[in-house]
Design a protein around this ligand. Structure first.
Ligand code: SAH
Length: 248
C-alpha cells in the first residue's frame, strides 16, 4: 500500500485532501484512482487507511476507512543531542537516528564544532534536517516524524536537562562505566525520556564533560576503540533501543 504524509489540517470530517506533490505522484506516477486504497499518516503518530473517492486535476480526496495509533513508536523517548560534525555527516546521522526510532534530535554547537553557523544558517540547516527526518520517517514506516531543533549552544542545551529522566554523555575516555550497564539500570527503573549526548569529530573538551556531569549527565564509554562521531551516535542509539527491547 502506498503511504502519504499529510498535515493534520488536511484531514477533516473523515476525509483526507491530497494536494501538490502528493497529488501529482498519486495521479501521474502511481496512476491511482477512485476505489484504490492508500495509507496516510499525519506525523503525530496516527495512521489511516483510506479509499480514494475522487482524483481531479488539482487534488485527490479520500475517505478514511480505519484509523489507529501507530505501533512503530518505541516506548522510550530518546533524544539525540548531537555535537554538529563537519560536512554532510549530520544529514546521515539524522536519517539513521530516525530509522532507529529517535524521538527528537537537538544539534549542539560545542567547543570543538568546526562548522560556524550564524542564526540564518542554523535555521536553514534545521529546515534541511527536518526534511530528511520527514523522508526517513516515511521510508521506515513511522507515523511520527521526529523533530530536529535549530542548533543550540551547549549552555542552552543544559537548560533542557530537566526534560529527561536520564541523560548520558558518551566519552571515549570513560573506561569504567558503559552504556549497556546504564541501560540495564534505566530499564529496571522504567524511565520514559532519555537524552544521549555525542561529541563532534573533535570530541568534548574535559571542561565540557565536567560541566555536563555537574548538570546531571552520566558519563559512559562504548569500549576501547575511538569511534567516529556518527558511528558513536548510531551505536549509542542502537544499544539503547536493543536494551529496551525495541529491536525484536
Ligand atoms: N577527538 C577525539 C574523539 C572524538 S570521537 C579523539 O580523537 O580522541 C567523537 C565522539 O564520539 C566523542 O565525543 C564521543 O561522544 C563519541 N565516542 C567515540 N568513541 C567513543 C567511545 N569509545 N566511547 C564513548 N564515546 C565515544
Amino acid at each position: 500500500m502506498h503511504r502519504f504524509m499529510v498535515a493534520p489540517e488536511q484531514i477533516q470530517d473523515k476525509r483526507i485532501t491530497l494536494t501538490g506533490e502528493d497529488h501529482k505522484h498519486l495521479s501521474q506516477v502511481l496512476r491511482l484512482g477512485p476505489g484504490d486504497i492508500i495509507g496516510v499518516f499525519d506525523g503525530s503518530g496516527m495512521e489511516y487507511e483510506a479509499r480514494l473517492i475522487k482524483v481531479d486535476k488539482a487534488e485527490a480526496l479520500a475517505e478514511i476507512l480505519s484509523s489507529r495509533l501507530s505501533d512503530t513508536e518505541p516506548r522510550l523517548r530518546v533524544t539525540l543531542l548531537q555535537g554538529i560534525p563537519k560536512g554532510e555527516k549530520m544529514d546521515w546521522i539524522v536519517q539513521k537516528a530516525v530509522e532507529l526510532g529517535v524521538y527528537q534530535v537537538i544539534p549542539v554547537i560545542t567547543q570543538h564544532t568546526v562548522v560556524k553557523l550564524d542564526q540564518k544558517e542554523r535555521q536553514k540547516k534545521a529546515e534541511r534536517w527536518n526534511r530528511i527526518a520527514r523522508e526517513a520517517a516515511k521510508q521506515c514506516k513511522r507515523a511520527f516524524v521526529p523533530q530536529v531543533l535549530t542548533p543550540v549552544s551547549l549552555d542552552e542545551m543544559l537548560k533542557l536537562r530537566d526534560n529527561y529522566d536520564a541523560a548520558v554523555l558518551l566519552y571515549e575516555n570513560e573506561q569504567k562505566k558503559c552504556l549497556k550497564e546504564l541501560m540495564i539500570c534505566y530499564t529496571i527503573n522504567k524511565i520514559g525520556d532519555i537524552a544521549l549526548f555525542v561529541g563532534p569529530e573533535g570530541g568534548f573538551s574535559s571542561l565540557e564533560v565536567d560541566k555536563c556531569f555537574q548538570n546531571g549527565f552520566a558519563v559512559a564509554g562504548l569500549g576501547k576503540r575511538i569511534l567516529r562521531s556518527e558511528t558513536a551516535a548510531i551505536s549509542g542509539l542502537s544499544i539503547i533501543m536493543y536494551e529496551m527491547g525495541e529491536m525484536q
